[in-house]
Write a protein that binds this ligand. Sequence first.
Ligand SMILES: NC(=O)c1ccc[n+]([C@@H]2O[C@H](COP(=O)([O-])OP(=O)(O)OC[C@H]3O[C@@H](n4cnc5c(N)ncnc54)[C@H](OP(=O)(O)O)[C@@H]3O)[C@@H](O)[C@H]2O)c1
Length: 331
Amino acid sequence: MSDTQFKAWRVEEQDGDYKGTEQTLDIKDLPEGEVLIRVSHSSLNYKDALSASGNKGVTRSFPHTPGIDAAGEVIESATGTPAVGSQVIVTGYDLGMNTDGGFGEYIRVPSAWCVPMPRGWDAETAMTYGTAGLTAGLCVQKLLTMGARPEQGKVAVSGASGSVGSVAVELLSKLGFDVVAISGKADHADSLRELGAREVVGRDALAEEKKPMLKPVFANAVDTVGGSPLAELLKQIKPGGSVSCCGLVAGPQLQTTVLPFILRGVNLLGVDSVEIPLDEKEAVWKKFAGDWKCDKAEASVRRIGRADLGDALQAFLKGQSAGKIILEHSR
Ligand SMILES: NC(=O)c1ccc[n+]([C@@H]2O[C@H](COP(=O)([O-])OP(=O)(O)OC[C@H]3O[C@@H](n4cnc5c(N)ncnc54)[C@H](OP(=O)(O)O)[C@@H]3O)[C@@H](O)[C@H]2O)c1
């Protein structure tokens, strides 16, 4: 390999089928951008599985290198910020969608996408959180900004065993909240309690009910599933409480009445981790590197190399993925 060549897990289209393989690319083939980064770690997300399987809503044209998360060292910097030699985190914006992403050993991106690595942190630690952890942090931050406090009562987390949900459970519990984990996986109840959930209940807690309002049970909530479970959750929020909403695994439709909003003053808070200003991302990363450190999330990751990406992404599409997976390019 020449000095400018690198390895990437590249997806190609062949007669309507999409296949990822390890390929050798050249730095000069990367998209235009101000900052060249040598990526040491990435992390796997459902969106990467969509990109790798040809979902045109995520990635329009192939060949393409997925990977919406990346962390590593700045090798070239046209603007001087971030500085050459510094470590950075890049998540969201167009990375891994229509801009070659973190499943390659190098990326080239605008400087406005680069979060400086928090002091005392490294690329591997950052990727144990990845977009999922960042999203959980943003959900919790929105609740706190709305005035959520532990003494107000129970906080529900739906999709609790998922990548976003599990970090939300651990973080809220660490912040002193009485967390009720709502999960469809009975065999994950013990691990959710280990993360700090005070109670673990099944998805039937959010089963569809005809009544427009239900007994208020939760002071606040983080919802990662959307659809009818979110509509049911809104009916069970105490007066003045808030629900951070970030996901749609149970469906993108939200059929509700205005009653939770006008009778109980419930707040529905939208959370986007992709396009928000960089300083909002940086604030949450700094918290995870400080008071918000989630020891269990950091300890429970699975590390894979590029050769394992195909199987790991398939597991996401089949709904069989469990726990956080990070990609180590040195493997
Ligand atoms: N807004 C943003 O910027 C942003 C960023 C990252 C992710 N997201 C979205 O957030 C959601 C969660 O992401 P994730 O990475 O945590 O996904 P994940 O790891 O696949 O977890 C989702 C969890 O939801 C639950 N679930 C799955 N299917 C369900 C269904 N039909 N009904 C109810 N619950 C169901 C499962 O948990 P249990 O078995 O424990 O119930 C599953 O583990 C996704 O929709 C994702 O696209 C949004």
